[in-house]
Design a protein around this ligand. Structure first.
Ligand SMILES: [Zn+2]
Length: 214
């Protein structure tokens, strides 16, 4: 895997009505056609695309450097928000994009930062070229706002995981109570180790969640 230290946000510069009856995969394929057929690139320029309804899909493989920000492709991940036609640099996010895209972009950034702790910077195309409004808002200002949405999302994710975990735990417990003597002791010790390991793995998310609800 190449070294990844930045996420750069873009927009497709399309109108809200563009391919509105189609899903994100079809929109991704159309943008890929612009990049491959029209521009002669070897693949779509972006790594992720986020539709008006918040649906997110993959573009170019993360291992491959993208083609989205001249001079800044080597170590970045390019994310494209569908929409943004006629937007300007200092527009508010919601002037050109939807609440669902706001949430989806925050979730995507959060999960990429968890997966690649080396990501220290989230910027917009317009941070690198004064000639472009793309993505049609100032990413740093947008990042600084609405932190509550991120915490809400984390706590919703945790609630869902807890419910799932509760379901599996009930099943496992039922099986363990069927065991006797040494078998039961071994099974309980094994479960203890699994629980501790899970908590250890989830510690960052739990820490974030605690910070969000206090
Ligand atoms: Zn751009």
């Amino acid at each position: 895997m190449r070294k990844i230290n930045e996420i750069i946000v873009h927009c497709s510069a399309t109108r809200p009505s563009w391919m509105a009856d189609k899903g994100i995969e079809e929109k991704r394929d159309e943008i890929k056609r612009w990049h491959v057929v029209d521009n002669g690139w070897r693949d779509i320029g972006y790594h992720y695309l986020i539709d008006r309804d918040g649906q997110t899909t993959r573009g170019r493989a993360l291992e491959d450097q993208g083609a989205h920000t001249q001079g800044h492709n080597a170590n970045s991940i390019g994310v494209c928000l569908i929409g943004g036609h006629g937007s300007s640099v200092n527009d508010e996010f919601l002037a050109n994009f939807t609440d669902e895209q706001d949430q989806a972009l925050r979730v995507l950034i959060d999960s990429l930062q968890t997966r690649f702790p080396s990501i220290k910077k989230v910027s917009g195309h317009n941070d690198y070229t004064a000639a472009k409004a793309c993505p049609g808002f100032k990413v740093a200002r947008w990042m600084a706002g609405k932190p509550a949405a991120k915490h809400l999302m984390a706590s919703t994710t945790i609630q869902a995981s807890a419910a799932q975990l509760g379901g599996s735990a009930a099943g496992v417990w039922g099986a363990v109570t069927q065991l006797e003597g040494t078998d039961r002791t071994l099974a309980l010790a094994f479960i203890g180790i699994i629980v501790l390991a899970s908590l250890w793995i989830a510690r960052e998310r739990i820490k974030k969640w605690l910070m969000g609800v206090q």
